[in-house]
Structure formats: C-alpha cells, structure tokens
Design a protein around this ligand. Structure first.
Ligand code: NAD
Length: 503
C-alpha cells in the first residue's frame, strides 16, 4: 500500500474522516518518502478566537466538576490511547519519521502521563500554615486557571500535548492546542481519541479541548488572546523570543520549553562500553531531532583515544533508512530545510578546524526525503556552530584535562536543557550535580541526555526558557494559588502587632 493510502486508512481507524484530509491549503508531507499525504484546511484568526471563547465557556463549567471526577476523564483518555497505541505510533512514524519503537514510545509516554494525572487528581494539595494570630487558620487553596494554550513542536507531535493536556484537565482547565504545521495529522488523531474518551465520561462540556490547525500566525492568536491565562509553548528559542514578550505584555503566564544544546562529559573512570551506547542513542537517536539530543561531548584526554575511535566506528556503521520498511536506527530529517541547516553547520565546523566523520546524504526514500549519516565532528575548541543548536544529528567532540574546565565549557552556551556525566568517581559526579556543576534543568549521571521519564519535572534553564512540564509538582503552574486566612475567634488581632482601634 502507498504511504498516502496507509495514512488515510490509519486516520480512519483512529476516527478522522477522510474528507478532512483533502482539498485544503496546508500540504502535509511524510519525511519518510517526501510525498504529500494530506492537504488540510487551516482555520482563520477569527475562527481561532471563536474556539478560544468556546474553550473559555467550557472551562467555566469544568472548574466546578470535582477534581477526582476530572481525573476519570483522563483515565478514559489513557484507556483510549492504549487501544490506539499501535495505530497512533505508526502515524507518528509516518508523519515525523521516527523509528517504530520511538513512535510507540511516544504514545506510551502519553499513557504514562495520563496515569500520573489520574493519581494527581486526588492530590492537588495545599498547605496549612502556622499563623501568628490566635483563633485563626491560614491555608493555601489551588484553583483552576482557565484556558491553557498549548503550542507544540514537530518532533514530539503527540507527547507534548498530552503532558500539558493531562495535567491541565485534572487541574480543571480547558485546552486549546496549536500543533506544529508540520505534524497536524497526529493532532487530528489525538482530537478524535479525546472525543471518544469524552463521550464515555460524565459532565464533559463541549469545547473542552480544541485543536487549531494553522501556522505561527494562528499561534499568535492564542498568545495574544485575553482569555488565555497560560500558554505552554514548545519549540525553538527563536519562537520563544517572539512568544515570551507578548505574553509578558499582557501579564499572562508562560511555560517555555525551548531549544537545547546538550552536553556530556566522559571522565577517566567512565565505563566506556556504557558511555558509547548512551552517547550513540543520545546523539543519533531520532536522527538528532530531540530537544534533549546530545550535541556536545567533552572527553578526558586519558580516554579520548580509546573512546573516539569506537564512536567513529558506530557512526560509520549505524543503519540509516526508512523507519517503515527497515530496521534502521536512524530515520529521515523532517525536511530539506533541516538538511541544509545541517550541511551549513558542518561547513562552518570545518572552517573552525573540525574533522568530520559522516554527515553526507544517504540516497534512499526519494528526491524529497532527506536521510543523512549522523556526523561526528572532532573540534579543537568550542567555537562557531558548536555554540548553537542545529536540529540534526551532529555531535561535536572536544578534549579536556581538568573537570572544572569541562564544566565551565559545558555551561558556556545559551541553552540549559539537559546534561550528563559518565564517571565512577563519586566526587566528580557530585560536583557535576552541585550548585557549581551543570546549569541545566536536567543533569544525569551515567545515562545520556535524552529519554526522560514523565515522573520528573521536565524543562531547562537560560535560553531553554525556564518552564517545567510533566511530573513532580509541575501541575502547580496550571493552577492559581489562593492564600486564605480564616478568623474563628471573637477578636480581630492584626498581624505584626499593628493596632487600629476605632470607637
Ligand atoms: P518551531 O519553533 O519552528 O515551531 C514550534 C511551534 O511554534 C510550531 O507549532 C509553530 O507553528 C509555533 N510558532 C512559531 N512561531 C510562532 C509565533 N510567533 N507565535 C506563536 N507560535 C509560533 O520549532 P520546531 O522546528 O517545530 O521544533 C524544533 C525546536 O523545538 C527545537 O529547537 C527543539 O529543541 C525545540 N523543542 C524543545 C522541547 C523542550 O521541551 N524544551 C521539546 C521539543 C522541541
């Protein structure tokens, strides 16, 4: 079966009607073959604003549904996702080019966050706080916030939505999602899956979850709308620079999940077998198109000549090819622009004295499919393109001799998402995790930079935007906190001993 027919058939099984897939202005191509697989209708700014109004009306009803009952909707969403896992995972592979285990893994992540959020729906705890006034009680109450806007990137087309939606829904909010214009089909599939869960649940108002099909301009409608108190935006730092100030201007909240330029440090005592495997997955997995992809590696000079030839061999032999037809570990880049960006970075690295292994186009899939051999670049210093995120499989490798110097170089870039150290020396690992160590939101020991679990809070510092999503107490960003003080005495003592006695 050709890829377009397979896409239509998969979407049909997932609950998206075929007539939505043709005759529109947004051409969707599969990076697997470069072929067109759909042409969707985009919405107008006016339609987007109307959908936000509808989501606001839905919020006003949903906030009064008890949180554990809201959790029941998310439990049903998890059930529907379990039933749809194979089809949705395959659709992720078609639309983004992920290898099957990563496509399915992304759907598993959605299921995991639903399970987490169901438990959370009974744990939206507030504190009771000691008060200085007799006969008083002070406490914190957490309330629903409103319409949560979600803007997502192409490379996690479904998981990022679910991280936000599962938490936002149990917290009593409605959700308006602007998916990447490169991956709208998986978004339509999620909408259909959610609709099935909503039909089975009680008290779900119409318009609780909306999907806006369109480009950055439609994203701006969400960013500027006064009835959207929180926008969770995932994408490039360039996008964050546009979105952040606009939200700040109207005092809306932002969860910004932006670009990464993640690094690892390989110390003298590292288990090199483990390091090679972790580096290979972190740097070449998902064709280098994860926000947490390993992009820079600092290797101690005592192990450099052992480790780097092994990495070079892995780069020369890793299988590159269609994620649908082969057992390749590296699938395609998303499009030609990504391929050109990679070649430009490699040229710049060479000009800075870099020695490149790999990086060439692999001729498979068709004229408009962009497969590349991942590139390992040995650099004399951290300069030029090493300082920026290029969203492609390029790993820059540099030597170091002192750990403090490696940590300083590690932190000397704009982004601050993920980091790792490979060592069996407790002093080195603790130093890396300390206040003087990695400045990233994620700091790992003896595992790679990518592949986070949903139980932890996910996000990064500096130009990565400072947002946190997913596990731990990330839910608090989706609610508003009220501090309540109750006086159950017959007196009115004022705080700080202030007196204000009127007759
Ligand atoms: P992108 O910035 O091109 O687009 C992301 C989303 O932002 C899209 O939906 C796009 O339509 C929207 N958008 C663009 N300009 C906008 C504007 N002015 N107003 C509102 N919306 C706008 O990113 P991409 O190419 O889809 O994804 C790759 C990037 O995303 C990489 O930089 C990667 O590191 C980052 N990313 C970060 C995380 C994270 O959690 N930190 C996760 C995944 C991807």
């Amino acid at each position: 079966m050709d890829i377009r027919s397979e896409t239509t058939e998969l979407l049909g099984r997932l609950g998206v009607r075929a007539d939505r897939l043709a005759g529109g202005d947004l051409v969707v191509r599969s990076p697997v073959t470069g072929e067109q697989i759909a042409a969707l209708k985009t919405i107008s700014a006016g339609d987007a604003a109307a959908m936000i109004e509808e989501a606001d009306a839905a919020f006003r009803a949903w906030r009064n549904v008890p949180a554990p009952k809201r959790g029941e909707l998310v439990r049903l969403l998890g059930e529907e996702l379990r039933a749809a896992k194979a089809d949705l995972g395959r659709l992720v592979s078609i639309e983004v080019g992920k290898i099957p285990s990563e496509g399915l893994g992304e759907v598993q992540e959605m299921i995991d966050i639903c399970d987490f959020a169901v438990g959370l729906s009974r744990q939206l705890y507030g504190l009771t706080i000691a008060t200085e006034r007799p006969g008083h009680r002070m406490m914190e109450t957490w309330h629903p916030l409103g319409v949560v806007g979600v803007i997502s990137a192409f490379n996690f087309p479904v998981a990022v939505w679910s991280w936000n939606a599962a938490l936002a829904l149990v917290c009593g909010n409605s959700v308006v999602w602007k998916p990447s214009e490169k991956t709208p089909l998986t978004a339509l599939a999620c909408q259909a899956i959610f609709a099935r869960a909503a039909e089975r649940a009680a008290d779900v108002p119409n318009g609780l979850v909306q999907v806006l099909i369109g480009d950055g301009a439609i994203g701006e409608v969400l960013v500027d709308h006064p009835k959207v108190p929180l926008v969770s935006a995932t994408g490039s730092t360039r996008m964050g620079r546009a979105v952040g100030p606009r939200l700040a201007k109207r005092f809306a909240r932002a969860i910004l999940e932006l670009g990464g330029n993640n690094a690892g440090i390989v110390c003298p005592s590292a288990d090199l077998d483990m390091a090679v495997r972790a580096i290979a997955f972190g740097a070449m997995g998902t064709a280098g198109q994860r926000c947490t992809t390993l992009r820079r590696l600092f290797v101690h000079d005592s192990v450099y000549d052992t480790l780097v030839p092994r990495l070079r061999k892995a780069y020369q032999s890793v299988s590159v090819g269609s994620p649908l037809e082969t057992s390749a570990l590296v699938g395609p880049l998303i499009d030609r622009v990504a391929f050109e960006g990679m070649q430009k970075a490699l040229d710049a690295a060479k000009a800075e004295g870099g020695t490149v292994t790999g990086g060439e186009r692999v001729d498979t899939g068709g004229a408009e499919a962009y497969y590349v051999r991942p590139a390992l670049v040995e650099m004399p210093k951290q300069t030029g393109p090493v300082l920026e995120e290029t969203f492609a499989p390029i790993l820059y490798v540099m030597k170091y001799s002192e750990l403090d110097q490696a940590i300083a170089e590690h932190n000397a870039v704009g982004a601050g998402l993920s980091s790792s150290i490979f060592t069996r020396d407790l002093m080195e690992s603790e130093r890396f995790l300390s206040a003087e160590g990695s400045d990233c939101g994620i700091a790992n020991v003896n595992i790679g930079t990518s592949g986070a679990e949903i139980g932890g809070a996910f996000g990064g510092e500096k130009e990565t935007g400072g947002g946190r999503e997913s596990g731990s107490d990330a839910w608090r960003a989706y609610m508003r906190r009220a501090t309540n003080t109750v006086n159950y005495s017959k007196a009115l003592p004022l705080a700080q001993g202030v007196s204000f006695d009127i007759d």
